[in-house]
Design a protein around this ligand. Structure first.
Ligand code: ADP
Length: 450
């Protein structure tokens, strides 16, 4: 069942039950009060009969009782012990069939005879003219009241219908009003999945309710998905472009080997070397691409001593390369929060670049302030032109492609370093002057000792 039908059904049913309950309660209350009034009135009349009988012993009882006979009713008197009917006064014979007997208590009852309106009967014991105790019973038909109640019933029925019709129409409008944004939402989502576009919902002139919030969040999600999708597309096309060059080199060397390699050992060696180095390059490229993808999700948080980690990483470098790296760190215990392997990767990338793109000593310095921990890597190499400074953090961007190929660069190092730094709540800054050298600075929020 559609949500719209459910809302309509629920509101209509709820209103119907409410109206029926209220009307029934008012109807029953009115009926009870009316009966009580009738009983009270008839009791008063009975007392009046008793008083008049006592005050006028000379008037024949039957004549006196006739004077008090209700328009639609009956007066009966029953003898004690035998319950014999002493007298009965009525204008309508139908009342005679109402069952009756002597009652020594003052009471009242409402009697229902089939096909006839209800009758209220008041019973009161009195002293009769011969000095015996008798039961005076005054009956009155509730026909007029029942007629009124019937009219009231029809009034309530018509009133209920008159109330319910606008309520049903209101329910239809309410459900439409509530569901319109949801319908647009579903329509937009279907459109997005079927046609693979990035459609958003128009939010102009909308009141800022929960549905508005839902649609706004949806639009933000679409924007986010679109950005990620486009980034991925660029990444895939960049990556395939980067892989194309080594693959075509490998292919052409393999063809050269097939044609002339068997007879010419020089060509054979050159081809094998080139294939080997291109394979290395592809391996590095793939590894780095995987690293880049992985770094976007991984964010395990250990406590890392940046001073210790930097010292350790640099000593590994110095063992592997025949280059001097000057290390300055006045303080120990520079704690930050993050993933040790990823942080080491950042240091590795920056120091590796400094060594690759300069010939002199490289200086690494680790410092701390109240808010942040800082690691700077300075080289006295060729420097980076101002116009290139923002671009070098983009994936696969290399200033001098040919030179970078010689140094084994993939153009992914700084992109990886930047993404890891940002994942750790830090930032990567560059100060460089062409011909003088470069300083890369990474800043991380410091972990307070307590
Ligand atoms: P690559 O693998 O090519 O080094 P990176 O992303 O690490 O990729 O660097 C991107 C480019 O930035 C490099 O190709 C290089 O041109 C330039 N670059 C990076 N570090 C330095 C540096 N210390 N000095 C001069 N140029 C640099």
């Amino acid at each position: 069942m559609k949500l719209q039908t459910k809302i309509q059904l629920f509101t209509s049913l709820f209103m119907l039950i409410l109206v029926v309950l209220i009307n029934t309660a008012v109807y029953s209350l009115f009926y009870k009060i009316s009966i009580d009034n009738e009983v009270g009135e008839l009791k008063g009349q009975t007392n009046q009969i008793v008083e008049t009988l006592a005050e006028n012993p000379d008037i024949p009882y039957d004549d006196l009782l006739r004077a008090f006979l209700p328009e639609e009713g009956m007066i009966r008197v029953y003898e004690a012990d035998t319950s014999k009917l002493i007298t009965i006064i009525t204008k309508d014979a139908k009342y005679r069939s109402i069952p009756g007997e002597f009652s020594d208590a003052e009471s009242h009852e409402v009697v229902k005879q089939s096909g006839e309106p209800r009758t209220v009967v008041i019973k009161k014991p009195i002293i009769w003219d011969d000095g015996t105790v008798v039961s005076l019973q005054l009956s009155k038909s509730l026909g007029a009241l029942e007629e009124t109640m019937r009219t009231l019933f029809y009034v309530f029925l018509v009133a209920s219908i008159v109330i319910i019709i606008p309520m049903i129409i209101g329910g239809i409008f309410l459900s439409r009003f509530l569901l319109q944004p949801i319908k647009t939402f579903i329509h937009t989502m279907k459109d997005n999945t079927q046609e693979a576009n990035w459609k958003k919902i128009h939010l102009q002139n909308r009141s800022k309710d929960e549905l508005y919030e839902m649609e706004k969040t949806f639009n933000e999600m679409i924007e986010h998905l679109k950005e990620n999708y486009e980034k991925q597309e660029v990444f895939v096309s960049d990556a395939s472009h980067e892989l194309k060059t080594p693959i075509s080199i490998v292919k052409s060397y393999a063809q050269l080997l097939a044609r002339r390699g068997k007879d010419n050992p020089e060509i054979f060696n050159e081809a094998v070397q080139a294939i080997d180095s291109e394979a290395d390059r592809m391996q590095k490229l793939v590894e780095q691409m995987l690293l880049l993808a992985k770094n976007q999700q991984d964010s395990s948080h250990e406590i890392v001593d940046l001073a210790h980690l930097s010292r350790h990483t640099i000593s590994t470098f110095q063992g592997a390369y025949d280059r001097n790296i000057v290390f300055h760190c006045k303080e120990e215990n520079i704690f930050i929060q993050g993933n040790e392997d990823q942080l080491q990767q950042v240091i590795y990338i920056l120091v590796d670049n400094a060594l690759k793109y300069s010939k002199q000593d490289v200086t690494v310095e680790v410092t701390k302030s109240a808010q942040k921990a800082q690691l700077s890597v300075t080289d006295l190499g060729q420097g980076i032109p101002k116009a290139e400074q923002a671009k070098i953090f983009e994936r696969f961007y290399r200033i001098d492609k040919a030179r970078s190929r010689d140094t084994g660069g993939t153009g992914l190092g700084l992109a990886i370093a930047k993404s890891i730094t940002e994942l750790h709540g830090g930032r990567l800054i560059l100060h460089s002057k062409e011909g003088e050298g470069s300083t890369f600075i990474v800043e991380f929020p410091i972990l307070k000792e307590d």
